[in-house]
Design a protein around this ligand. Sequence first.
Ligand code: CS2
Length: 496
Amino acid sequence: MAVTTAPLLGLGTLSRLPEQSRPLLRPGSVPAGIVHLGLGAFHRAHQAVYTEEAVAAAGGDWGIVGVSPRSGAVVADLLAQDRLFSVTSLSGAGPRTRVIGALAGVRHAAADPGGVVALLADPAIRVVTLTVTEKGHRLDPVTGELAVDRVLLTDLATAGPPVTIPGLLVRGLLARYRADAGPLAVVSCDNFASNGRRLHGMVEQARVLVPGATGGFGDWLRESVTFPGTMVDRIVPASTPATLAVAQAALGARDLAAVHGEPYRQWVIEDRFPGGRPAWEKAGAVLAADAGPWERLKLRSLNGVHSALAYLGAVAGRETIAAALEIPGMRSALERFVAEDVAGSFEPPPGVSVVGYGASVLDRFANPAIAHATRQVAMDGSQKLPQRVLHTIVDRRAAGASPRWGALVVAGWIRFVQGRTDDGRALPLDDPLAAEIRDRLAAAPSTPRGAVEALFGLDAVFPAELAADETVRALVLDWLTALDRHGVEATLAGAS
Ligand code: CS2
């Protein structure tokens, strides 16, 4: 019997898709107005969805040109599918799949950096959005200073094709200035504190290393380019073969670029767009004068808790976030982290209860339909810990408090980077500072105190005043000693 292979998703299959799965826009029907750097799963399930709904509701030439900085695979898949891809929302109510038609184009920066620079100088482009991860910004997580290594220096100071995000962005902005192509908003959609201000700082620090990027260019940047801050939120695990299978079952077509996530989503955006923007508020986005309180709420009460579940869960041998949350004592420890440490560490947005928000976050993490790998969330801890956990600890210490539960998360991270589960299986360390972390641990006495001393010396992660804080050291050492002696499950079961 002949095996019929489902057709590949594309313009030719649109009419055969179930009504509820059809895109709101036809790719290519909306002229480009946005360049997005970082064509990963999160962008496809978040900004692209908001933008499609905004344009469908209020119009505007806001097609997205999606740029993949490194991977050519996603670009090839999207080109083969006429730039169409699907997003599946997963919940207890079952999967819901919709095809998104917001992409007006796709580019592979590594293959054509000059083309991306020219794109940023195109007057039709009035907004640039980025999801390039914390490490993609090449900023020191503690100071926010540009981490200028040999690769970045070469990329900025020589005339060769740019290979880094700072290189691409500054060269693109310089080309735009020289082409007098008009104002622009450059919007960070990554999870770090003051993301708009830090991205602005990255551009300012990088441009002084680029020949010709001073003088009038600096004035133009100040007058014509904004860097609105944002808070972005949707749980979107990496796609797996199961993601593609669910999409194919829903669409009757193969989608090589399918992504999946929870139904919930949120986007808070500082409304500073000199060249205009899509009506994202029509798709449910929140426009704010200052995204800061929302960022802190989300980074500390969601991402901080996510990291805690990732480290403690992975060490306890749990593969997913939902499974880690089921460890006896875990939910109450996280509720106390939010209530006793996070809630008092910052001023929340008006009318928002941090404890209430924290409870809703735990319900989202418990979503049985989402298999979010603890190891994925555990990646890049050295880049994530500062804004997710250490800022809470520093602010609580400044208020004279003892952030006991925040210290548990730090101890969990240390246990994780030691590289073994409680039952002795190896744990991967996917982190830009992996080599330094391993070297420091190897050079230290293999005791909890040795590990704390070794890692608190990482000034790219622990600010000096925190590293020297005896109260915090003692709290972390207490937890690490318990985790080391009794393991995660017994430690959480006994935590009170
Ligand atoms: C996660 C985030 O992988 C991670 O670090 O904590 O991607 C998280 O899922 C999103 O920020 C949720 O909005």
